[in-house]
Design a binder for this molecule. Structure first.
Ligand SMILES: NC(=O)c1ccc[n+]([C@@H]2O[C@H](COP(=O)([O-])OP(=O)(O)OC[C@H]3O[C@@H](n4cnc5c(N)ncnc54)[C@H](O)[C@@H]3O)[C@@H](O)[C@H]2O)c1
Ligand SMILES: [Zn+2]
Ligand SMILES: [Zn+2]
Length: 394
């Protein structure tokens, strides 16, 4: 089959590799009909995630048609059309029973990414996300083996196109969890750092839940313009305004700050010269720029919700400021499985239209070009969908 494989930073290729085979009785083999490139894939693409090996197949946002089922698969049959959560969960361990699927303690044979780990088991395995997360081949491929198939795969109605339901695999539940964690409701004020797919869908979810004011910060005017036109955000370009948090605060009643902030950027945040230098010297692995801005922009007693990925030490994390303001932090990988029935209802009712963020549909064969475009923000790229089997230029 054809699949997108890793060969070092900024070098991904579509190659012919061995077809996957059933390994466990509760596995299925899925024929992928659509897959997307995630902002999380960019961390891999830029060589920032340890234990990513040459030949690893990326891809954790995908859907398709069940091709083959193991003997213990009871929920699915050949021909079923399903979306696959990026989190691989067993459904029965302590954490799965608490619907904390990303913390599933039985699926990951890797070590996870906690530095001061002690004896804690790693969180769930993830598709196509390094050997820290189990080394499970991903879905930017024609075929993919899906473990725990009685728990993860989610059937979707034939009436909904791939574009409408594909993002149930990751970024829509991620945005939803971020907004729930931020405790957004009728009349809330919110600032979102990052106008990538996660930030944009967070704005969509927040608007649906009645947020009154949404600020959005990025340095890509085209992404900000889309967010302003589609979700009514107040856009701030941090290239033109070097302290967005202060600009946000000045527009809130009593200069108290916003009720909640969502950091949809993560550890590769741009904008701090010091941290760019430290990262280049490998003295610091992460930028705390978006997190510092988030802590600054939120009101006392507010929530900082962090869907953006962080790993290891964060430079100049203002914990004292957070203490003084009495903040709540909520964060982490998304417990995807938990949110799918609710989100599907919102899509079916037309309240959420996640497909609006898509700008590029490419053949899987053109995936390397898709990565470059999404990484460099070329051609006003917001989100790339890859279609296996389609010829060049599809
Ligand atoms: N928690 C989860 O389960 C989960 C799931 C999906 C994605 N993510 C993470 O969410 C983050 C966003 O993903 P995405 O797909 O939207 O990626 P993306 O890379 O397209 O978007 C990030 C955006 O942040 C902007 N940005 C960079 N520095 C900034 C700064 N200092 N202030 C404000 N904006 C800044 C970039 O210009 C870009 O538009 C990534 O870290 C990704 O790994 C987490
Ligand atoms: Zn993702
Ligand atoms: Zn589990």
């Amino acid at each position: 089959m054809r699949a997108l494989t890793y060969h070092g930073a900024h070098d991904v290729r579509v190659e012919t590799v061995a077809d996957p085979a059933l390994q466990e009785p509760d596995d299925i083999i899925l024929r992928v009909t659509a897959t997307a490139i995630c902002g999380s894939d960019l961390h891999l693409y830029r060589g920032k995630i340890p234990s990513t090996e040459h030949g690893d197949i990326f891809g954790h946002e995908f859907m398709g048609i069940v091709e083959d089922t193991g003997s213990a698969v009871i929920e699915l049959h050949r021909g079923d059309r399903v979306v696959i959560p990026f989190v691989i969960a067993c459904g029965s361990c302590f954490f799965c029973q608490h619907e904390l699927f990303a913390a599933c303690e039985t699926t990951n044979t890797g070590r996870g990414s906690i530095i001061n780990k002690k004896s804690i088991p790693p969180g769930a395995a993830l598709f196509g996300y390094s050997h820290l997360y189990g080394g499970i081949p991903g879905g930017q491929a024609e075929l993919v083996r899906v473990p725990k198939a009685n728990v993860g795969p989610f059937k979707v109605p034939a009436a909904l196109t791939d574009d409408k339901v594909l993002f149930l695999s990751d970024i829509l539940p991620t945005a939803w969890q971020a907004v729930l964690n931020a405790e957004i409701g009728q009349g809330s004020s919110l600032a979102i750092y990052g106008a990538g797919p996660v930030g944009l869908l967070s704005a969509a979810c927040a608007k649906m839940l009645g947020a009154q004011t949404i600020f959005m910060v990025d340095d890509n005017d085209y992404r900000l313009a889309y967010a302003r036109d589609t979700y009514g955000v107040i856009a701030i370009n941090f290239e033109q305004d070097d302290d967005p948090a202060d600009t946000i605060i000045r527009q809130t009643p009593g200069m108290r700050g916003v009720d909640a902030v969502i950091d949809a950027v993560g550890f590769e945040a741009k904008g701090s010269t010091t941290e760019t230098v430290l990262a280049a010297l490998k003295i610091e692995g992460s930028s705390g720029k978006a997190l510092r801005q988030s802590i600054a922009a939120v009101r006392r007693g507010g929530v900082v919700s962090v869907p953006g990925v962080y790993a290891g030490f964060i430079h100049a994390f203002m914990f004292g400021d957070a203490f003084d303001k009495g903040l709540t932090f909520k964060m982490g990988q998304t417990h995807v499985q938990k949110y799918l029935p609710t989100l599907l209802e919102h899509i079916e009712a037309g309240r959420l239209q996640p497909e609006l963020i898509v700008t590029h549909r490419l053949a899987l064969e053109e995936a390397a070009q898709g990565y470059k475009m999404f990484d460099k923000k070329e051609d006003e790229c917001r989100k790339v969908i890859l279609v296996p089997g389609a010829g060049r230029g599809a």
